[in-house]
Design a protein around this ligand. Sequence first.
Ligand code: SF4
Length: 313
Amino acid sequence: MRTMLEQGSRATAAVDRQAMPEAGSATDATAGQVSLPQIMRPDAESPKVSPTLRIAETFVSRQGEGRLTGTNSFFIRTSGCNLRCWFCDTPYASWNPEGHKRTIDQLIRDAIDSGCRHVVLTGGEPLLPALVVELVNRLRQQTLHVTIETAGTVTRELTADLMSISPKLAGSGPLSATDAVQQSETSEATSRVPANRPSPAVPPTPGRSQSSAWQRRHEAARWRPDVIHQLIAQAVDYQLKFVVDQPDDFDSAVEAVREIGNVVEDSVWIMPQGTDETTLDERASWLRPLCDRHGFHFCDRLQIRWYGNRRGT
Ligand code: SF4
């Protein structure tokens, strides 16, 4: 294990029940409510029923970020998230969750059939559904390497080969309607504008109250160093990835690393916010030197450069 966290720092984190639907339930992101469980579970009467997860997409691609950049992988993207980052580049798994129920049996079969040795479980927030524990255990039983990409706000009793934690910094939450109006009038379009909103970034009337509610929920849920400690302690390996849009975000990332404690610089990856090459290049021009100065990895988003900002990559 690469972690230098002391065992004593482990914390049994309480899962945020309000934000976390039960296994197989769907998060109604539009209303910000968690709906009732909708799936069948295997039980004594129906032992052959395979439990299901709501999946936004599965695909084979190269990992574009972090320690395993370039590794051919089978991606499983769960649908639903307990956060609402303004820069989210997968709104179809968070702001407007889509997807279909897939059985764990199917997912295991598809992972094996992909021929990839690496599986990336991503989202949304893949640790929300309790069934993710069974999925990860069964993937690893097949000797597949499992990366879990999480925001680090929900914990599960499982082992990831690589726990890829992307804690969300202050300022990551949804914009208020007022901020959005000012933003659309004064700033470049790619900065601090929610990915789910068309430009100009003024949500329709119902969205304003939702945005306000989500601002509170996001801020209350986004930072859980106790959960991060536990996820790191359980993992074979880990990395911390921070999304940086502006220089003061970098300062927040440095502070977050300090607060987590006992993190080796080699495990810290700092990513520019951006979903096009121009924006990534602009951020990289000042972010890369900052990373070098602190001994952190600059983490490009190569999937954007390779494929553009589109699904299935
Ligand atoms: S945690 Fe990830 S999936 Fe959820 S809203 Fe933020 S960027 Fe999107």
